[in-house]
Design a protein around this ligand. Structure first.
Ligand SMILES: Cc1cc2nc3c(=O)[nH]c(=O)nc-3n(C[C@H](O)[C@H](O)[C@H](O)COP(=O)(O)O)c2cc1C
Length: 437
């Protein structure tokens, strides 16, 4: 339960959510029975599994997912080829009515994907007629088996605008456009969606990827009877991509509409990062596929504790709070430099810091093999922080700023055995920077 003084509720597209945590459209939101259990666990809303109009029979490939593990960490990501809902439309709409009857305070968002203008309008209308509080337009599934759908629409910006306009002309409930990350700049399609009348943007859907190849059969996974395909990657592996797109859109003055953050959220910290970069609500799939609905309990508690410690009472006060500190790299103050510092009382003598500093950084550590302790040659330290990444002891290695008068030593040059003089004409031409990257 959130602490009494802490208000986790948030306004999003004119609706009040009791907290910012929603199920995203996927197997975790496939039926009323499941969604009801998630609401009981504490989730404030759902984006229901993307509806199908029954015009096409949906058959999911089998098997439809592959998890990829990295070292000791299981399910770093999931690779899926699941399609939109294979349930009859009537069943899904009956589930909407059930949920609205039994959970009127929870927010029900219907995810739709049409295959024509008329089908977008049809799905929007039946969703509204059967109780959906909002719509999410799925412009973003990267692996539909039917040509011309999903992220193909999300990459054809004029179609985003056209279909959004169609839906907005059909219904009066708010409309969210869900974006594909399989592009370079998300602000552009998001602005097309806004021009079509979208009230908010959600991002990201899964990232197109291949995460594993079977070494026995040489088939990329999931292996659908001997065939693999580029498909949707989700989970912690994609969080940096999701954060980047949300921050870009939050900073885009021409967009200026609410954002729902998705991608690799498993903990309250992941959720808070999305909120700090501009998302007002967040959505989760893979975290639930890994740990179940009850992760929301930790999310509520963790976020409430963080806010209590910081003296923040309303979650809305945290939305976008990190954005003023997010700038392009040319804003860095390169006159300020630092090095690592070691608290050797905590050292366990594993030597990992010495190995990575020697083979991948500044050769700034000497190793006392008898005492099994590193010692730092400060002016060779690059402050890359690699040693701290591999050190198994928390807080043993930290960053320390140096005085502005301090200089880093130049890297050693192997000039002793050269057989000829170096040929080098210095580059002297003055001119403007033409590179715009
Ligand atoms: C198995 C599976 C099925 C999915 N089905 C849908 C879908 O029907 N509609 C949709 O908009 N997104 C779908 N998604 C994408 C998720 O809603 C979400 O955008 C994505 O998985 C990233 O979030 P995550 O890292 O929390 O999983 C699906 C994802 C998975 C893993």
């Amino acid at each position: 339960m959130p602490k009494k003084s802490i208000d986790l509720s948030i306004e999003f597209c004119g609706k009040t959510f009791k907290n910012p945590f929603l199920l995203s459209s996927s197997p975790v939101s496939n039926s009323a029975e499941m969604v009801a259990r998630s609401f009981d666990a504490g989730w404030s809303g759902v984006v229901f599994k993307t509806l199908n109009s029954d015009r096409l029979k949906i058959t999911h490939p089998s098997p439809r997912m592959n998890a990829f593990h990295y070292g000791a960490k299981r399910v770093v990501g999931v690779q899926n080829v699941e399609q939109i809902s294979d349930r009859p439309l009537m069943d899904n709409l009956a589930d909407f009515l059930y949920l609205k009857k039994h959970y009127p305070e929870h927010v029900l968002i219907s995810s739709i994907m049409g295959f024509s203008n008329d089908e977008w309008a049809y799905l929007a209308k039946v969703s509204e007629d059967n109780g959906a509080d909002m719509l999410e337009l799925n412009f973003s599934c990267p692996h539909m088996c039917i040509e011309g759908t999903g992220h193909h629409v999300g990459k054809a910006f004029d179609l985003i605008e056209r279909f959004t306009t169609t839906v907005k002309n059909t219904v009066s409930i708010p409309v969210i456009a869900k974006m594909t990350p399989n592009i370079t700049d998300m602000t552009e399609p998001a602005i097309y969606a806004k021009q079509g009348g979208a009230d908010a943007i959600s991002a990201i859907n899964t990232v197109s990827g291949i995460s594993e190849v079977g070494l026995e059969d040489l088939v990329p996974k999931p292996n659908i009877f001997g065939i693999g395909a580029v498909s949707g990657t989700s989970g912690p592996a994609i969080k940096p991509i999701g954060l980047h797109f949300i921050a870009d859109m939050a900073q885009c003055e021409d967009l200026a509409i609410p954002l729902s953050g998705i991608g690799g959220i498993e903990t309250w910290i992941d959720a808070l990062e999305y909120i700090l970069l501009g998302a007002s609500t967040i959505q989760v799939t893979t975290g639930i596929m890994h740990y179940g609905y009850r992760i929301v309990e930790d999310m509520i508690e963790g976020l409430s504790d963080f806010m209590a410690q910081r003296g923040v009472t309303r979650i809305s006060d945290l939305v976008g709070k990190a954005l003023p500190n997010l700038k392009t790299t040319d804003h860095f103050d390169l006159g300020r430099q630092g090095v690592t510092q070691y608290d050797l009382d905590k050292c366990v003598g594993c030597g990992q810091c010495y190995i990575v500093c020697t083979d991948a950084a500044g050769q700034a550590l000497e190793w006392d093999a008898e005492k099994r302790r590193p010692s730092l040659i400060e002016d060779k330290c690059l402050s890359c922080m690699l040693c701290s990444f591999v050190c198994p002891v928390p807080d043993l290695i930290a960053f320390k700023e140096m005085p502005v008068t301090w200089n880093r030593a130049e890297t050693q040059v192997m000039d002793k055995h050269l057989e000829k003089e170096i040929t080098l004409e210095p580059f002297t031409k003055e001119g403007p920077n033409e590179c715009t990257c």
